[in-house]
Design a protein around this ligand. Structure first.
Ligand SMILES: Nc1ncnc2c1ncn2[C@@H]1O[C@H](COP(=O)(O)OP(=O)(O)O)[C@@H](O)[C@H]1O
Ligand SMILES: O=C(CO)[C@@H](O)[C@H](O)COP(=O)(O)O
Length: 496
């Protein structure tokens, strides 16, 4: 048996997978995000650890005998977050998350300090990434920066709690802006630009390699053997890719989680910073990927559902009842509730409802929300096209993949066949379990078996008529962003 733990933004999700790759059980425990100042986004790592313990207890109760047979654990997690450790591995402040936008001017500074940044890291400096956060700390919390001995990514901090080892792996490390992405190793030049050294960084293993075994006290608390291996794992994008078998060049998926991701596998490092496309390492050796990232995707739906006191499934049913005239006349929505990365790299971008009238009820507004997120994905796909990447089929993963209506809308808007697989909604957790299986297995040819595509659940073929009908609305959506008000001077981010 293998466990996959995905430290998401809204939830820790854990899956139990058997030795045939079948999902036996899953469990989760919710997380909250703290926003103590505008544009800040933080979580207390202790909350991650507590939620992981709760989810483990739920999972063990569901399948006690199978749980005891776990041989290896894989980790997946929200990327880019900075967990700053001092002496004795003490956490010095709340973790600064991937959707935190405080380090805007530090991105400009970092780009000036490291002119080679785009070539080495393959990405624009964006406030969500880890390196600018540390420059911000140096400027605003110099005592914390001076006491810092190590920076860990969120899932790698969980690993420290599980194994006592400070280890990361290339797929998540690529999102720090400290990695030489082509070489899959830390870059001394980029570290120096942030006032850091290699000794501040964890050791690197590949995602399907062992990073250590469970600490005896954790093994005993969880009822597992201390010989259980913890695999390198992956950032949640790369781990989700492993979970749905997107492991060969050209394979890709769309993730509708808190964030929105369009991910395509490459056989080599293919940076294209001009379009704010991310170019990172895959969780499997010798492979990279390009990715467009929306800072708010299904989280826009959650936000709207809370505002109008309805759950997602009910709202989506109401949306499905709208006729074509109602869809054509629905308001437009810009999903930039926490700025945007691809294609704008604009932390100042804001959400908009446009074109409201007395005729609109919550279903029309709800439609506008999911359509706006879908148009954000269409922009992401256009950015990947400019970066030379073409796709004909994409898997859909994450919480948003529970809605067949939304899957069809994405197929129609992107003009790409969308598919869901068994386990699609579990996102990175399934991929983490597969990486654990890889780490615990030394059979030749194991990757083709372990990382195969899971059974197909549903396919959504693009409807040409609907694609055409959506084009004027997509054009208007793009125009509304172009009409945004002037921002202040430090909005001059690279690529913006
Ligand atoms: N039935 C549904 N249809 C569409 N979206 C849904 C549904 N149920 C939940 N969601 C959305 O899924 C999102 C959570 O997805 P998840 O992949 O768990 O996110 P994360 O990994 O960021 O924690 C929420 O924003 C929620 O609104
Ligand atoms: O910033 C990114 C990828 O670059 C996000 O994908 C985070 O990794 C958070 O993911 P979710 O919580 O939405 O799964």
């Amino acid at each position: 048996m293998y466990l996959g733990i995905d430290l998401g933004t809204s939830e820790v999700k854990i899956v139990l997978m058997d030795q045939a790759g079948k999902l036996l059980a899953d469990a989760g425990s919710a997380l909250t995000v703290s926003r103590p100042q505008p544009r800040w986004s933080e979580q207390d790592p202790e909350q991650w650890w507590q939620a992981t313990g709760e989810a483990i207890a739920k999972l063990r109760a569901k399948a006690p005998a199978e749980f005891r047979a776990v041989r290896a654990i894989g980790l997946s997690g929200q990327m880019h977050g900075a967990v700053v450790l001092g002496a004795q591995d003490r956490v010095l402040r709340p973790a600064i998350l991937w959707n935190d936008l405080r380090s805007i001017s530090e991105c400009v500074e970092l780009t000036e300090r490291a002119p080679q940044l785009h070539q080495i890291a393959g990405n624009l400096a964006m406030p969500g990434f880890t390196a600018p956060k540390l420059l911000w700390l140096a400027h605003h919390e110099p005592d914390v920066f001076a006491a810092m001995q190590m920076v860990l990514l969120p899932k790698d901090w969980l690993r420290l709690k599980l194994t006592g080892n400070k280890v990361s792996e290339p797929s998540d490390a690529a999102g720090t802006l400290w990695l030489d992405v082509a070489k899959r190793d830390w870059s001394d030049e980029l570290l120096t630009a942030t006032g850091m050294r290699r000794s501040h960084m964890p050791r690197l293993v590949e995602g399907g390699e062992s990073s250590g075994t469970l600490l005896p006290e954790v093994a005993s608390a969880w009822g597992l053997s201390p010989e259980v291996i913890v695999a390198g794992g992956g950032g949640d994008g790369a781990a989700s890719a492993v979970g749905i078998g997107a492991v060969n060049p050209g394979d890709g998926f769309v993730s509708l989680g808190t964030s929105g991701v369009l991910f395509v596998v490459n056989d080599r490092f293919r940076p294209n910073p001009a379009q704010a496309v991310h170019a990172f390492c895959h969780a499997l050796p010798g492979r990279w990927h390009q990715m467009s990232v929306m800072l708010s995707a299904a989280s826009c739906l959650r936000w709207f559902c809370r505002l109008v006191s309805v759950d997602e499934a009910t709202l989506l049913n109401e949306i499905a009842e709208l006729d074509s005239a109602a869809l054509e006349n629905a308001p437009l929505f810009l999903p930039y509730l926490s700025g945007e990365r691809t294609p704008h790299n604009d932390p100042y971008a804001q959400g908009v409802f446009h074109g409201l009238s007395h005729a609109h009820g919550r279903a029309a507004l709800g439609y506008a929300v999911i359509e706006g997120v879908t148009f954000g994905m269409a922009d992401g796909l256009a950015a990947l096209h400019t970066a030379g990447t073409e796709v004909t089929e994409l898997s859909l993963v994450g919480g948003g993949s529970r809605s067949p209506y939304w899957a069809q809308l994405i197929a129609d808007a992107l003009n790409v066949r969308m598919v869901t697989h068994v386990g699609s909604e579990t996102g990175g957790a399934l991929g983490a379990a597969r990486l654990a299986w890889l780490a615990a297995n030394d059979q030749p040819g194991k990757e083709a078996v372990i990382c195969a595509k899971p059974p197909l659940r549903e396919a959504f073929t693009p409807n040409a008529q609907r694609h055409a009908a959506l084009q004027p609305r997509l054009a208007a959506y793009r125009e509304i962003y172009r009409c945004r008000p002037e921002r202040n001077a430090d909005a001059a981010l690279p690529g913006h």
